[in-house]
Design a protein around this ligand. Sequence first.
Ligand code: HEM
Length: 359
Amino acid sequence: MKTTDTNSKSRPKNRLRMMTWSLLFIIISAMVLPLTSYLISTTNSYAQVTDDQNHRANFWRAVREGEAGYSAVTGPEAGVFINNGGQNWRQVRNNLITTYGGWAILASLGLVVLFYLIKGKIRVEAEKSGKTVPRWTLMERTMHWYTAILFIILSITGLSMLFGRAVLIPLLGAEGFAAWASLSISVHNFVGPFFTLGVFAMLLFWVKNNIPNATDFKWIATGGGIIGNAHPSAGKANGGEKVWYWLVILVGLLAVCGSGIVLIGWAAQWGLIDNTRATMQTMHQIHAIAAIIWMIAFFGHAYIGTLGTEGALEGMTTGRVSVEWAKQHHDLWYDEVKDQAADAEELEVSEKQPDVSPT
Ligand code: HEM
């Protein structure tokens, strides 16, 4: 019986000893085992693995550098997981284009207002006879206003996308902006091709008016009567209008509309260009920068066509301009078309009559 007693007392003792040793073993192992990596790193060849032999590092480096892997998604670069160029593009868009472009647009608007305050409207100097001469046909006017209205829609939706985060989120809230931004993108992409047709029509219909000649250089050199008070000679289009026209064609049609057609994916569908991310990033930058230049020039054009010059808008709305306006602003053109002036014969006669005013 005594033996039995001793056994039953020694059992908890043994258990305690086992537990203590086990615990010690676990603690010591937990401290020592991690140190074995040092041992391995100094003895094993694995320690000699350099960066470029580290397969995982190599794998991710290749991914970062844009190497294509396998993907079930189809399309160009579908297997490219990480696109480094995107980061550079974002930097250029969000810092350079948005900041400098935004200031350039505001500065040009400010300049137009300042110019108006200093110079005011350029008036038709001669007394009006009521006689008019045809300047723009219905077709030309329709083409002009069709393009101008689409230009304004594209400017508003384009600017919403470029500056929306900074300007519209504080006004509309994040959800309001999200709804407006998604509508803007759809409208912009839909209207863009129709607008391109309008600009293309301008190229075809107005190129004959806009071939530069020596008169245009003189017009520009004398400030066109806009800066200063000279009345330099001009044909149907003056030097300033020709500059605007070629800007519309080269910056507008080629750079803005051309890059837009790439961005909506049509150029790739027609097999003209690939639509890789690098292409899209470059095209986006060209599109945004050229569109900002175009908008800045447009403020000048719209100002001169409305507030800046008496009688110019009349031509683009009714199709006719006063004879006095035509002589003052486009004398060489007036000489060509004066026969079409209403009551032209009477006008010629009245011009030749001597001054019979009673004095
Ligand atoms: C609200 C906006 C606009 C206004 C008020 C406006 C006004 C005018 C006016 C009054 C003329 C006739 C000038 C003259 O008789 O000598 C004109 C001509 C012209 N406009 Fe506009 N315009 C606007 C927008 C645009 C836009 C967006 C474009 C191009 C995308 C454009 C392209 C042209 C061109 C190329 C001419 C000259 C045609 C030529 O001389 O051959 N206009 N504009």
